[in-house]
Structures are given as structure tokens and as C-alpha cells.
Design a protein around this ligand. Structure first.
Ligand code: MN
Ligand code: MN
Length: 319
């Protein structure tokens, strides 16, 4: 018996109002364990905009999602009540700090109610207000897959762009740099300050060359050791993948992670205490094939499995 109402999943996949993975649209948080939400905001991009269209396209492509994981045979919809709580509504869209206030205000009640969240961006700037909403009592761990460290400081006058969320999160005491691993980093920069900040603050930075050398299993082992048993956040920027797989993104960098490696990586993180996860930087206008949104929907399904396993484990241990 599924805990999530999966009636819509029994209907043809092209029918109905497109919620994420065809789960019910939910407004009452007491009816769910895991909230899926969209943040259609790209006011923090430094180059090509378009991630504002991410949630809508991912919702549409996520109608392809099925229930039972083919490796683990785990069914997240059977284990938990999953609902789509919609998109962040904005009251002040053209001011980045006020837009971030809206994002924070939307997620605060979700985390205050003890729910886990699975989030579709939006550009990567959205992760900072999400972490603020999470407001962990102690800095938490972070698994961050990306071509960029996103630990830059100011960019043309703002310190809240998509190049800075994890620097702001360290400064705010939301994440612990010593429990942070950044995977897939590459691409030339005009300044090395982001890379330097990550390394100097104690983050484990796995550049793509080292990722290839070590292999996925070794990187997974390191991530697991680093995060340990404590709570953590999972943040997946699709530009961590090679643009062959995910061309629909604002700042693509060639020579990236393959989709198979990404799946192996996420599956390797099973059992970690993930309180929330996001997939960001999907910019559909640069990918008329729709594949980037399909890739993102699939990464979200894999992330949902991680969140749902954690939910099921916590419930079992508190029962
Ligand atoms: Mn990023
Ligand atoms: Mn990036």
C-alpha cells in the first residue's frame, strides 16, 4: 500500500496537471513527509538566464518518472507521503535580497514542521535562502556537485549571486566547510578567489581530473567519511554534468561528469542523513530536446530515494 496517493501515476503519463513525478499537489503540510517544490528564479545568474523555466520543464519531464528503483527495488512513494507544494511565490522579484526573503519565507514552515524538501531551481543562488530556512542549530554537511565551487564573494556589486551561496552559507554558520565536499569542479576563471576560499576554509574540492583519477567509488567513500552520521544537504548543479548530457544550463563547462557516474555517485550516498536536496541551474531555453529537464527529473528521483530512505530509517529507529 503506497503512502503517497499514486492514482495519477496509474493514468497515462502525458495526462493530468503536471506536478513533480505526478504526486498530488498538496497545500496542507501535515499530509506529507517530503515536500517537492519549485523555485522559478534566476535573478542571480552571472551569464545566460533561463533557469526560471526550470521547475515547469522538470515537472513536465518528470511525468516520465516511475516508482520502483531498478537497483534497490525501493519505492519512495510507498515509504513516504510525497507531495508537490508548488512554486515559491514572489512579492519582490527584481531585488535579489528581497526575492531570497520570499524563498526563505516559503521554506521556513516546511522545515519548521520537520519535513524534508526536494527542490528544483532556479539558479544556484536559491540554495542560500533554503539553507537559511533550514536554520540548522549546528552547521551541517554538504555534498555539492557542480563545475563551480560557488564560493565567490561579490559579483558586480552583489554578494548573493549564483556564484556565492556556499560562501554565504559558511559565513552564516549554516554549513560546515570541513564537512563539505565539492565534486566535478572545472573550467577557467578570471579570479581564483572561489577555489581559494573553498580550499582555505577546509572544504574537500574534487576537481574533475581527480574525480577521473580516483573513480566514483573512491569519491563516494570520501564523501561518506566526511559527512559521517550527521545531517547534510545535497546540492546538484546540472552544470556539474558534461554539457553533452545537460546542455540546458547557463554556464556550461565541457569535460564534466557523465549521467552514469552521477547516478552511481548519488546511489553511493544512500544512508546519509540528508535533510533536503536540490537540483539547480536547469535552463530549458538552451536545450530544445528537453533532455536536460529529463536528466534533472531523474536526478530528483534518485535524490527523492535518498530522502525517503532517510525518512523510513528515522521512523523505524524512533518507533
Ligand atoms: Mn552552482
Ligand atoms: Mn555551476
Amino acid at each position: 500500500m503506497n503512502k503517497t496517493d499514486t492514482k495519477a501515476q496509474q493514468q497515462p503519463r502525458y495526462s493530468g496537471i503536471p506536478t513533480f513525478m505526478r504526486v498530488p499537489a498538496v497545500h496542507d503540510l501535515s499530509q506529507i513527509d517530503i515536500a517537492i517544490a519549485g523555485v522559478p528564479y534566476d535573478g542571480g545568474v552571472s551569464a545566460r538566464s533561463g533557469a526560471r523555466y526550470g521547475p515547469r520543464e522538470i515537472r513536465s519531464m518528470s511525468s516520465m518518472t516511475r516508482a520502483i528503483h531498478h537497483v534497490t527495488r525501493f519505492n519512495p512513494f510507498a515509504a513516504c507521503r510525497v507531495g508537490d507544494i508548488g512554486d515559491v511565490p514572489f512579492t519582490d522579484l527584481f531585488n535579489i535580497e528581497r526575492a531570497h526573503d520570499d524563498i526563505r519565507a516559503f521554506f521556513e514552515p516546511v522545515f519548521a514542521a520537520g519535513k524534508q524538501a526536494l527542490i528544483a531551481g532556479g539558479d544556484h543562488s536559491i540554495t542560500f535562502p533554503v539553507l537559511q530556512a533550514l536554520a540548522p542549530p549546528e552547521p551541517i554537511g554538504l555534498v555539492h556537485i557542480d563545475a563551480h565551487t560557488d564560493t565567490w564573494d561579490y559579483f558586480i556589486g552583489s554578494k548573493f549571486t549564483h556564484g556565492s551561496p556556499f560562501r554565504r552559507a559558511v559565513e552564516a554558520g549554516l554549513i560546515d566547510p570541513k564537512k563539505t565536499i565539492q565534486i566535478g569542479i572545472r573550467g577557467a576563471q578570471n579570479s581564483d578567489e572561489g577555489w581559494r576560499y573553498s580550499l582555505d576554509s577546509g572544504m574537500r574540492v574534487v576537481f574533475i581530473e581527480e574525480f577521473s583519477e580516483l573513480g566514483v567509488e573512491a569519491v563516494v567513500a570520501e564523501a561518506r567519511k566526511l559527512i559521517g552520521g550527521g545531517p547534510a544537504y545535497l546540492s546538484f548543479d546540472v552544470d556539474g554534468l558534461d554539457p553533452v548530457y545537460a546542455p540546458g544550463t547557463g554556464t556550461p563547462e565541457i569535460g564534466g561528469i557523465t549521467t552514469r557516474e552521477a547516478l552511481q555517485l548519488l546511489r553511493g550516498l544512500d544512508g546519509l542523513d540528508f535533510v533536503a536536496a536540490d537540483v539547480v541551474e536547469v535552463a530549458p531555453p538552451y536545450d530544445p530536446s528537453g533532455n536536460t529537464a529529463l536528466v534533472a527529473a531523474t536526478l530528483m528521483y534518485e535524490s527523492l530515494c535518498l530522502l525517503a530512505r532517510r525518512h523510513a530509517t528515522h521512523k523505524a529507529s524512533s518507533a
